[in-house]
Design a protein around this ligand. Structure first.
Ligand SMILES: *[C@@H]1O[C@H](CO)[C@@H](O)[C@H](O)[C@H]1NC(C)=O
Ligand SMILES: *[C@@H]1O[C@H](CO)[C@@H](O)[C@H](O)[C@H]1NC(C)=O
Ligand SMILES: *[C@@H]1O[C@H](CO)[C@@H](O)[C@H](O)[C@H]1NC(C)=O
Ligand SMILES: *[C@@H]1O[C@H](CO)[C@@H](O)[C@H](O)[C@H]1NC(C)=O
Length: 314
């Protein structure tokens, strides 16, 4: 009798210790998921003066921008950057947006010198201390977002690729519309619960990601994040190792904040090749646009005639 009672009590004690241990562990492991975005996410700025990412650039944005545009660009794409500067990314002193390009390091000295000259000449290049590679794009994102959060005041950030057309005017109008949430906004062309590929070019190993589907994420060619999310992402980048695929990586980290992406039909990402130059009057961001097509779309969209009045969030 005594022994069973003892065993029972011991069992209860053991069970409660076990439960609290499990709960403690559970809290730890899901601590990220429960991070409230209302929490002070900016503390990483003061707690450590060290850079969390590979960011080198330490110059500021120089003034506040409503919309900050960060373009992932490959070092050799001088032409694309030049055309963007002349079209949708043109710097304008009274503009509410400004475009910067994100670039890493390259081993080719000649190219490296050219980049240095370009960076000095335009002052719109953000550099990271990692080596450029197709599979290193997540480093670009990390250092670019850290630069934005650390050195720039902005309301929204558009991350774009260097082969898109951006309707900066309409995108700004949309984001300024009272129906658009100022916070917790992650918007673009959403890939809903995409399957994780284990084979082929975009394979991801089980070590990198064990689940069979990704949390829904915005396609990388162009998506918008509100300032609060960017601030909160920086410390999370330190907890989740970068992936080779940068848009799924961003989606994964944003999902840790309990935020789901919002799909917007005006983010137009055709699957076709670059030969077809679509003109869609209501485009906000359009993928697979280069050279002559970019010039053509820019000119057509600049005409008042096409300027759309229907710029609401829904
Ligand atoms: C900014 O970076 C430059 C070059 O890396 C360095 O010489 C300078 O001390 C840095 N400035 C600050 C304020 O950290
Ligand atoms: C990515 O960048 C890191 C840091 O510079 C470098 O060690 C690595 O080799 C790069 N990865 C590839 C695939 O080049
Ligand atoms: C951003 O705004 C804060 C507060 O208004 C100000 O102290 C800071 O200098 C600004 N930073 C930049 C880069 O404009
Ligand atoms: C995974 O992707 C890498 C890089 O594209 C490739 O080298 C490798 O062969 C792929 N592995 C599989 C199992 O498909």
């Amino acid at each position: 009798m005594k022994l069973t009672k003892f065993l029972l009590v011991a069992g209860i004690i053991a069970a409660s210790i076990f439960t609290s241990f499990v709960m403690l562990f559970f809290e730890r492991s899901t601590g990220i998921a429960e991070t409230s975005i209302n929490q002070e996410c900016k503390s990483w700025k003061t707690e450590s003066l060290q850079h969390l990412s590979t960011l080198i650039t330490n110059t500021t944005c120089s003034r506040d921008y409503f919309l900050l545009i960060l373009v992932s660009s490959a070092p050799g794409n001088f032409d694309r950057r030049s055309l963007i500067r002349q079209t949708w990314g043109a710097a304008n002193s009274h503009d509410q947006s400004r475009t910067f390009f994100l670039l890493g390091q390259i081993r080719n000295q000649k190219l490296s010198d050219l980049l240095e000259t370009e960076a000095k000449g335009y002052g719109d290049i953000i550099r990271g201390d990692y080596y450029e590679h197709y599979w290193n794009q997540s480093f670009k994102i990390e250092m670019g977002f850290e630069w934005a959060a650390r050195y720039c005041n902005f309301s929204f950030l558009l991350k774009a690729d260097d082969d898109v057309y951006v309707n900066t005017k309409d995108l700004t109008l949309l984001l300024q519309n009272p129906s658009t949430p100022l916070k917790r906004l992650y918007m673009g062309k959403v890939q809903f619960r995409a399957k994780v590929r284990r084979y082929g070019k975009f394979n991801v190993s089980k070590e990198e990601y064990s689940g069979s589907t990704y949390p829904s994420y915005c396609s990388g060619a162009g998506y918008v994040l509100s300032n609060d999310i960017v601030q909160c992402l920086i410390p999370l980048f330190d907890m989740k190792k970068p992936f080779r695929i940068d848009d799924t990586y961003v989606g994964l980290v944003v999902s840790k904040l309990g935020i789901s992406p919002v799909h917007h039909s005006r983010f137009i990402f055709p699957n076709d090749d670059y030969d077809i130059c679509y003109f869609t009057p209501y485009t906000l961001v359009q993928h697979r646009v280069l050279g002559q097509c970019l010039l053509k779309l820019y000119q057509m969209h600049s005409k008042e005639f096409y300027s759309s009045n229907l710029v609401s969030f829904y």
